[in-house]
Design a protein around this ligand. Structure first.
Ligand SMILES: [Zn+2]
Length: 182
């Protein structure tokens, strides 16, 4: 028997468990329905949630103990957004830009078939190049560097659109007899 104000023996400790923060009681989805987002069952001050009628999912209690850490879940949802920003891809897979000091010096940035990014600095003395692979299956270890180079391709395309005379590909494809563009 329970005296007034005293909880049934099964419910002692419930309040402490909730207060300790390891979880919370949620209305049982098997026997409790929301009406336009509002609980339809009676509110339990012990469980601190609305109760369903009881079913085999909740053992007749009408509520289910939920240990989901919603704070961590929210953080996990936020994380991929930080780690994988939306990539603005360049229109071309290889973008070249001629430097200001000499028409023979240029910067080339491109994507290969795996979307690995290669970068080459070309000058009168030759070419130096470096490649940054796609992270994950591609084995790339420089995801931010790679994304910055993809952004660089976009920037170079914008500059090429503004001053096509410094567009490496445009100049390369221009017949030599027309002379260097200005
Ligand atoms: Zn239930």
């Amino acid at each position: 028997m329970t005296s007034p104000g005293e909880l049934p023996i099964e419910l002692r400790g419930v309040s402490e468990a909730i207060t300790e923060g390891g979880g919370s009681w949620r209305s049982c989805s098997g026997c409790h329905e929301l009406n336009e987002g509002h609980p339809t069952g009676p509110y339990s001050p012990v469980f601190r949630c609305a109760l369903g009628n009881g079913c085999d999912e909740c053992g007749g209690i009408g509520a289910i103990w939920d240990t989901t850490d919603y704070g961590a879940m929210a953080a996990a949802w936020d994380e991929p957004i930080d780690q994988a920003p939306a990539v603005e891809w360049p229109k071309a897979r290889d973008v070249g830009r001629i430097g200001d000091m000499s028409p023979s010096d240029s910067l080339r940035v491109g994507l290969d078939s795996d979307n690995d990014v290669y970068m080459a600095v070309c000058g009168a003395n030759g070419v130096g190049s470096v490649e940054f692979c796609t992270p994950g299956s591609g084995g790339g270890k420089s995801s931010r560097t790679r994304l910055a180079l993809i952004a660089l391709m976009v920037a170079m395309e914008a500059d090429n659109a503004e001053t096509p005379s410094f567009d490496w590909w445009a100049r390369r494809n221009t017949p030599a007899k027309e002379g260097p563009a200005t």
